[in-house]
Each structure stands twice: as structure tokens, then as C-alpha cells.
Design a protein around this ligand. Sequence first.
Ligand SMILES: Nc1ncnc2c1ncn2[C@@H]1O[C@H](COP(=O)(O)OP(=O)(O)OP(=O)(O)O)[C@@H](O)[C@H]1O
Ligand SMILES: [Mg+2]
Length: 353
Amino acid sequence: MVRIDLKGLVREFTDGTKIGPIDLSIRDGELLTLLGPSGSGKTTTLRMIAGFIEAEEGALLFDGRDMVGIPPRERNIGMVFQSVALFPNMTVYQNIAFGPEMAEWSHEKTVERVEELADLLGIRDLLFRKISEISGGEAQRVGLARALAKQPALLLLDEPLSALDPQLRERLQTEIRRIQKKVKVTTIYVTHSQDEAFAISDRVAIINDGRIEQIGTPEELYDRPSNEFVARFLGSGNVLQGTVKQTEGGELCVDVLGVRLPLKGECKVGEEVKFSIKPEDIKIVIEKHITSATGTVTSILPQVGSFKITVDFQDRPIIVLTYDEELVSRLRENGDKQVSFFFEPDLAVILGE
Ligand SMILES: Nc1ncnc2c1ncn2[C@@H]1O[C@H](COP(=O)(O)OP(=O)(O)OP(=O)(O)O)[C@@H](O)[C@H]1O
Ligand SMILES: [Mg+2]
């Protein structure tokens, strides 16, 4: 296990693409996921940590030790890349044993380690098959076993499951999580899937355009996105904008497209604010004029255990999640589809830059 600190790490490519400055700390034994859109700098960040590319500015510390000039092979890292690069003509056993053998482990110790990992990953029966004779999902497990073989202090996983079908991906997510906790290896996981990130991580760092936007547990990010990018990227909220019209002891009245909505926060009169409100925190009522916020229901989509309702509010779609079947059947019968909606002011989150 190892603690990793990135302090103002910057990499600028010759074409001017700049990744960073990145500030990030990964705790000992933690599974932290870098989550962000394609091209946001996830792989580049991993490659800087691994030492395949050097940062131009900033510091990279492993347990407080500066990593400048330390070659990748001396960093005690196991890696799994997006497409698993296994040796196709070698057996599963030979692939997993490759690192220990290069490091001149004794034969007994190597066999013991390979068998231990094969049991952990459920690939014991495959040890003497060639890589060309196993499935993609099995190859992912072999890749993971190979990365863990030399008991690395740090595991870097770059979209290790992206090539798999959803069911297998879900199963392997659970396994990666279980194995990571069992062997207690500090892990940085890269994905652009929110579901995957939320399913396996202790904490998630949202990366966008080469910068970390927010770091937190899945719950923290989902409940309290700090800015519009995070709120939209996580789909955790309807993002609305308005002008503060009144304030009193932290209670605000905000004009949104001509409709006054109550919020909570420290803002001044006249200030423009953006806020996010989660679909499950908005309540719909059919009785008109209960609130001044009214809209038209444009779609009702059944989901597992709930309904996703889209309400057109001044030409903006407001997404509402409800479990209320009676409301949904009344909405379906209701001819004009007009509804009012409201939310508890303290459930809306004022967004920063
Ligand atoms: N060697 C390079 N030379 C120039 N630009 C590069 C180089 N490597 C990466 N980039 C650019 O840096 C940015 C970040 O790339 P990176 O591979 O880190 O993204 P990513 O977040 O891993 O994306 P993806 O989800 O698609 O894998 C991209 O704009 C990419 O084009
Ligand atoms: Mg990448």
C-alpha cells in the first residue's frame, strides 16, 4: 500500500493540449476513480503516475517520496490497460508468472502466487490454456492477475472492463472491488462510466478538460455537485438559472424564467445563481396553482421501480422521478397534462464556478 500525492502536476503536449494542474491525493489502500469524458486527461494522468511520461511542472509523491527520475519499473506498480495486452501464444500461467519470473522469484514462490491469484479470480481451470483459447472476460481476469502478481503497492486500471458486455462488467466490478479490499492495494481506476465509478469506488475524482472538478464519495458528488459540469455530467440534477430577488436569513427567492422559486444559500439580491435540483426531489401535483411553477408533462417513462417524467417548464425540460403509481395513472388519464411542481428549498444545491 502507498499514499499518492499529485501536487500541481502539469503535462503540456507539443500541440498545446494541456493536462493539469492536477491536485489529487489517494489514500493508502483507497480505490479512487478518475471519472471524466473522453479526452479529459485520465490516461495521461495515469501515465504520469506510472512514469511513462514526465510531468513538466508540479510534484508526484509516493508516501511523501518524490518520484522525479524514478523509472516505471522501480515504482512498484501493477497496471491493466484499456485493451489487455497479454502474450497470445503463452498460457494463462505463463502470462501471470511473467513478472515474478523476470524478478527472479523462486519457482515455488511463483507457482504459489499464480495459484493464489488464480483462485482469487476464479481462473484456476484455465491456467494451462493459451490466451487465444480464452474469452475476453477471462482475459480481463488474467490481466488483473498479472498486474497483481508482484504484489504491487499501487494498481492502475485504465478502463479495464470497457470491452465487456454489461452483465459481465457488473460481475467483474464487484470482483475488482472485493479483491482490491482483500489485498489492500491502493488503486486508481479510470472509467467514463458513472455507474461503474459509483459501484466500485471509495472516492471519485471528476476530471474535465485536464482539471479535477470535484473529489468526493459517490454520495457526496451526487448529492452536492459543486458546479454545473459535475451536476450535468452526473445527471444528478436539473440545472436552472435565475436572479436573486429577495434574501432573508439564508432563504432566497429566485426568479427563474419569470417564476419565483424558494432556495437556501448565502447570496445577494441581484446576483445570478445556478442551482441543481435532483429529479427525485421534485414533487408534481396535478391540482393547478398550488405553486407558481407550472409546466406540461411531455413524457412518462417507466423505469425499474419508478417513473421518469419530463415536464416542459418555459421550454426547458425538467426531469422528475416518482414512485407514485397513482399520480402516474392520473397523469396518463389527465387530458391537458398541466401540472404544478415544487421542491424543498434546502434540497436544491447552489452551484459554483
Ligand atoms: N502524446 C500526445 N500528444 C498530443 N496530445 C495528446 C497525447 N496524448 C494525449 N493527448 C491529448 O491529451 C488529451 C487527453 O488525453 P487522454 O488520453 O489523457 O484522455 P482520456 O481522458 O484518457 O480519454 P479517453 O476516455 O478517450 O481514453 C486529449 O485531448 C488527447 O488528444
Ligand atoms: Mg484514456
